[in-house]
Structure formats: structure tokens, C-alpha cells
Design a protein around this ligand. Structure first.
Ligand code: ADP
Length: 636
């Protein structure tokens, strides 16, 4: 049979180099990764066998076998699961970069990960961890349900290439044979294998077996000990979600989490929930403590693992959770669904809908309790996942108020890194205030120094500070306890009704002057009007009520998307002395050139305040310099 040599894909080669040369701690996780792959392969075969008995090839039981051969210095993890065809092996073990590979290579630059090999599995590069302990790995496999001669042998020494050859294999499934490095012989010791399995893989549902050497008295000569080997199951195999809460330790919950999530930090919360009544299911849901690197990617897989009566149906059942809770990991085991449940069936299934509603509520209730009783923990959660949770305000209209109550915001009345909530905002709202005010900004400091907040601060109105890119889209259409959200940088603002009269009076007084300014700036602004939001600053630019938020504009521009920029409105502060000056010049000579220069200066100042680029920085600097010179000459 011919042996074909092939090159690894570049990313895979890089991963392998790292495995071989850079990662030294927690090497034992390779066994957990291989057992986890074997268990997945059995789940797949079992699921397929529900509709195609040929897959079974007469096998009656599923199992994962560990074989430690001290003479050959090999450790084999063998399963009778779904197996691989030659094409599968080439693709899966060498030529495709699994979804996590690129992120892994980016993240590995991070010290935290370099020092912590446990984080490897998070990136779906589990199989390659074998090369931390082995200098050669052979994979012998045959796809269940195919002919004996359709087996494949894959082999690599992690030197940039691998070989594949056609072989005969009697049994379906996969044997992963690790040729251990000289100084990794310890992984052949029975107690070492036992303890790794106990630690990481105890709850794996399928038996993990090993031939254990035992002794017994000789039958004829009782004084002589006779050695023999007996297969022993090393894991306890209990579906943890079916156990009683009181029988599960924290570390068991955490290990199970790590197994299903490929995250290696402990979760921040465990929700173990049994539902009875209209729908019967058992579930364990976890709220992670660290945001996965790929959570914002389109390829990110949502949803808990779905089991039906203890049989694993699929890894990520996205029908079970809304996308704004996509950080939640876990398992749901239903007693009501049929075993041969298909994707199509899941989409319009009443049982699934009931489970989804019930676990969504459970997760939100848990977060609410955490916020109430474990605030410090909650702040950490919110920092990692608040932005994702917030999407629920847009997508889950039924629960938007509940979700709103889970959000934390800094505000003009908190310090940096402190927060208020919508409940507190409403509790302290001013009499007659009918909007919840917010400002979008890229930092707390930028928001606090914004001219848009001057009157709000002066009159003691609290303004929520929103720092996430999606805030404006989400908040501008939200209403909490009958109060609309209003951006302080958009539309007209009128905080004090009594001042309205003053503003009207000033409006009349400066009407002609404002019209003149508008005429000078007609190419740049949509309108010029007197402002209700300025106290010290002389002017600012504001967008129309329905216009795009500047933070959003910046985000789209940074992604290279064309942004249709609307002209903005220039607002002027009627109580600023500049008005008296301009007004008296205007009275004397409506065509005085200073008025045009000042209009230009005002507009450019507003651009600077808003953080926008000036159209003509040289022209602006020249105009300011001229003003300074004029001023000094007048004094001289
Ligand atoms: P992941 O398991 O996260 O996909 P791995 O690198 O561990 O990443 O495995 C890559 C792929 O190789 C798996 O997705 C699977 O298709 C295949 N594979 C690995 N081990 C086995 C096995 N024991 N049986 C069948 N397929 C396997």
C-alpha cells in the first residue's frame, strides 16, 4: 500500500511547533482531550445508529480503551465510535484550520496563555496537544459502516508533514497511538492514568477501560500467586445532571463545565435545574467567568448540549437559548423529545420553546440574584458579558425591562468604574423629568468633559454614560418605566421650562444675527439655533433626533463601511458674552467682515469640541492667530 506524504496547513504547523517547543505545564491534559474526542466519536456513532443499524457492525457496547505498553513506550486511546475515512483524517488532522486555530495563534502571544497550557482546549486544538508528550503520533481509524479495507493510518512526528496510507482495520473506530518521549514515561503508569481520568474525565458517560494487572492464589499451589489481567472501568460514568445537587461537589461541577465548554477557568455561577410538569427536563447551566475570544464572531456556536433521555443529540442546540445569552454553557436533557429529533423539528417544536422560555427566565433570575447578593462578582460578570446581555433589549421585547434592570452604567453622578442602575436612576429622577438622559462616548473622561453635559450638570440632572459601540442603537428605542431614553447629543434639549421663555426672548432678539450666521455656514451645517444644553461653552454641534450617533459613525468608518454623513445643527449659547459682542457689531454694520470670521471660528470650535476633524486646520489656525494679534494691537 502506498504511503502518501502531505504538508500541514500553515496554521496547524504553527500550532504543532508551539506544542512541541513552548508549552510545558499541565501536559497531562492531552489525555483529557483524546478521551473527549473519543467520547464525541461514540456519541456521533450512537446517534447515527438510531436510524442506521449498519453503523453498529454488531457491537453491543460502546467503550474507550486505554492501552499502556511499557515495552514499546506507547500509550493508546482506542474507541469504537464513528471513526474517520482517509479524507476525514487528512482534512480534520492536517489540512483544515479548526475555527479556533487562528484565534489561538493570536492569543498565544498573550503571556497568560503561554503560562497556562490549560487554555489550549478552548481553541479546539485538542488533538494536537498529544505532541506535548509524544514525538510521534499514529492514528489508525475506520469509519463505522465501511468495508474492512477502508481503514486509514495517519502518522506524524510534527515536523511539518504527515503521512497517510490505506490499511485494513477489523474494528470500526479510532486508535490514537502516542509514541511517548523518553522523559514522559510516567504516563504509562497505572496510577498516573487513573488519577488523570478521575480528575478530568470521571463523568464521561461511556466506560473508559484499561487492562489492569491483578494477582490471585494459584488453584493447585495456594502459596503461589498467579498474575492475570482484567479489564476495569476507571470512570464512574454518572450523568452529573441526573444526580442530586447535594451529591455533587463544587469541583465536580467545575470539571464538568471545563469538559463541555473547553474553557479552563472556573465558571462564576452554576444553575442546576430540574423542571417538572408541562415539560420534564434536567439541566446544568453555567455562567462563565471569562469571555471567550471568539464570542463576537459569526462562527461562534450558541446553545447548550442537547440530550434526550441521556442520549447526546447535538453539541450546540441554538434553539434552546436566545443569542443575547450566548455566553451560557451547559446541558439540557429532555424526557419529552423523541430520540430521532431533527434540526427541522427543533425549529418549530413546542417542547423546545417551553424549555427555552424556562431556562431563559432561570438565567435572568440567577443574574438578578447575583446582582443583589453578590455585587462584586456581578460587576465582573457585567464587565465580560454586559455588552452581549444588552442586545436582549433590542431582541427580546417581552423581557426588555428585566434585562434593562441587569445593566450597570457609570453616570455623571458616579465615579469612574462605579455604576448606577436604571432602578436607581428612576428612584432619584427629578420631578417632571420625562426622559432618561444618556451620553455616548469612548471613555468616561471624554463624556464628563463634554460640553453637551454643561446644563445637565449645572441643574443636577443625572446623565448615564454609555461606552459600548452598540449603545445608541439599542438605547434610543428603549423605554423603561414609561420614560424614553434620550441622547444628550441629539435633538433639542429643554431641561427647564421657565428658561424656555428666556430662550424665546433671546431667539427673537438675535433672530436676524442667527440668520446671518446660518447664511455664512450654509455649506457646513443644517441649521443654527439657540441651545438649551450649554452653560460655559459658546457652541456645539448636535445631530437631529433620529440621526446616527457619532460613536456608531466612528465604528462603521473604522470597519471601512461608507457612512452617509448628515449635516449637523450648530447650537449657540445665548447667555455667552460673545453674543453681545456680535450683536453690537451687527447693529452697527450688518456687513462687517468680523461677523463672517466669527461664524467660521464658532463652527470650527464646535468641531473641535465634538472631536471631529477640521476641514481646514491651517485656515482655522490662521484665523485664531489673527484674532490674537488684533487683540494685542488693540491693547498697545
Ligand atoms: P476538536 O475536537 O475541538 O474538533 P481536535 O483537534 O481535537 O479538535 O480534533 C479534530 C477533529 O478530528 C475532530 O473534530 C474530529 O473530526 C476528528 N477526530 C479526532 N479524534 C477523533 C476520534 N477519536 N474519532 C473520530 N474523529 C476524531
Amino acid at each position: 500500500m502506498t504511503v502518501k506524504k502531505m504538508k500541514f496547513k500553515t496554521e496547524v504547523k504553527q500550532i504543532l511547533d508551539l506544542m512541541v517547543h513552548s508549552l510545558y505545564s499541565h501536559k497531562e491534559i492531552f489525555l483529557r482531550e483524546l478521551i473527549s474526542n473519543a467520547s464525541d466519536a461514540i456519541d456521533k456513532a450512537r446517534f447515527e445508529s438510531l436510524t442506521n443499524k449498519d453503523i453498529l457492525e454488531g457491537d453491543k457496547e460502546w467503550k474507550i480503551k486505554i492501552i499502556a505498553d511499557k515495552e514499546a513506550r506507547t500509550l493508546t486511546v482506542s474507541d469504537n465510535g464513528i471513526g474517520m475515512t482517509k479524507d476525514d483524517a487528512v482534512r480534520e488532522l492536517g489540512t483544515i484550520a479548526h475555527s479556533g486555530t487562528k484565534e489561538f495563534l493570536a492569543a498565544i502571544q498573550d503571556k497568560k496563555i503561554q503560562e497556562n497550557a490549560e487554555l489550549i482546549g478552548q481553541f479546539g486544538v485538542g488533538f494536537y496537544s498529544s505532541f506535548m508528550v509524544a514525538d510521534k503520533v499514529s492514528v489508525v481509524s475506520r469509519r463505522a459502516g465501511t468495508a474492512r479495507d477502508k481503514g486509514v493510518k495517519w502518522e506524524s512526528t510534527a515536523d511539518g508533514s504527515f503521512t497517510v496510507e490505506d490499511i485494513d482495520k477489523e474494528n470500526k473506530g479510532t486508535d490514537i497511538i502516542l509514541h511517548l518521549k523518553e522523559d514522559e514515561k510516567d504516563y504509562l503508569k497505572e496510577w498516573e492514568i487513573r488519577s488523570i481520568i478521575k480528575k478530568y474525565s470521571d463523568f464521561i458517560e461511556h466506560p473508559i477501560v484499561m487492562d489492569i494487572e491483578k494477582e490471585e492464589e494459584g488453584r493447585i499451589d495456594k502459596s503461589k500467586k498467579v498474575k492475570f489481567k482484567e479489564e476495569e472501568t476507571l470512570n464512574s460514568r454518572k450523568a452529573i445532571w441526573l444526580k442530586d445537587k447535594s451529591d455533587i461537589t463544587e469541583s465536580e461541577y467545575n470539571e464538568f463545565y471545563k469538559h463541555i465548554s473547553h474553557d479552563f477557568s472556573d465558571p462564576v455561577k452554576v444553575i442546576h435545574y430540574k423542571a417538572e410538569g408541562t415539560s420534564e427536563f434536567n439541566s446544568i447551566l453555567y455562567i462563565p467567568s471569562i469571555r471567550p475570544v471568539d464570542i463576537y464572531f459569526k462562527e461562534y456556536k450558541i446553545g447548550p448540549t442537547l440530550y434526550v433521555k441521556r442520549v447526546k443529540i447535538m453539541d450546540h442546540c441554538e434553539e434552546l437559548l436566545p443569542p443575547y445569552l450566548r455566553f451560557v454553557k451547559g446541558v439540557v436533557d429532555s424526557s419529552d423529545l423523541p430520540l430521532n429529533v431533527s434540526r427541522e423539528l427543533l425549529q418549530n417544536n413546542r417542547q423546545i420553546e417551553i424549555i427555552k422560555n424556562s431556562i431563559t427566565k432561570k438565567v435572568l433570575d440567577t443574574l438578578s440574584e447575583m446582582k443583589k447578593n453578590e455585587y462584586d462578582k456581578y460587576i465582573k460578570f457585567h464587565k465580560e458579558f454586559g455588552r452581549i446581555l444588552k442586545e436582549g433589549i433590542h431582541f427580546d421585547l417581552k423581557r426588555r425591562e428585566t434585562i434593562g434592570e441587569l445593566l450597570l452604567f457609570p453616570s455623571t453622578k458616579t465615579k469612574k468604574d462605579e455604576h448606577t442602575t436604571l432602578q436607581d436612576y428612576i428612584a432619584n429622577i427629578k420631578e417632571g423629568q420625562d426622559s432618561i438622559y444618556y451620553i455616548t462616548a469612548s471613555s468616561f473622561e471624554e463624556a464628563l468633559h463634554s460640553p453637551y453635559l454643561e446644563t445637565f450638570k449645572d441643574k443636577g440632572f443625572e446623565v448615564l454614560i454609555m461606552l459600548d459601540d452598540i449603545d445608541d442603537i439599542i438605547m434610543s428605542q428603549f423605554e423603561y418605566k414609561g420614560k424614553k431614553f434620550k441622547s444628550v447629543i441629539k435633538g433639542d434639549i429643554e431641561l427647564d421650562k421657565s428658561e424656555n421663555k428666556e430662550k424665546k426672548k433671546a431667539g427673537k432678539k438675535y433672530k436676524k444675527l442667527i440668520e446671518l450666521i446660518k447664511d455664512y455656514l450654509r455649506d457646513d451645517v443644517k441649521d443654527v439655533r439657540l441651545s438649551g444644553r450649554l452653560k460655559d461653552s459658546v457652541c456645539c454641534l448636535v445631530a437631529d433626533e433620529g440621526a446616527m450617533d457619532p460613536q456608531m459613525q466612528k465604528l462603521l468608518e473604522s470597519m471601512g463601511q461608507p457612512v452617509n454623513k448628515e449635516k449637523m445643527i450648530l447650537e449657540l449659547n445665548p447667555s455667552h458674552p460673545i453674543f453681545e459682542v456680535m450683536s453690537s457689531i451687527f447693529e452697527k454694520d450688518k456687513k462687517d467682515k468680523t461677523l463672517k470670521d466669527y461664524s467660521y471660528l464658532l463652527y470650527n470650535q464646535a468641531l473641535v469640541l465634538e472631536g471631529s476633524k477640521l476641514k481646514d486646520p491651517t485656515g482655522f489656525t490662521k484665523a485664531v492667530t489673527k484674532l490674537m494679534v488684533d487683540n494685542i494691537q488693540q491693547r498697545a
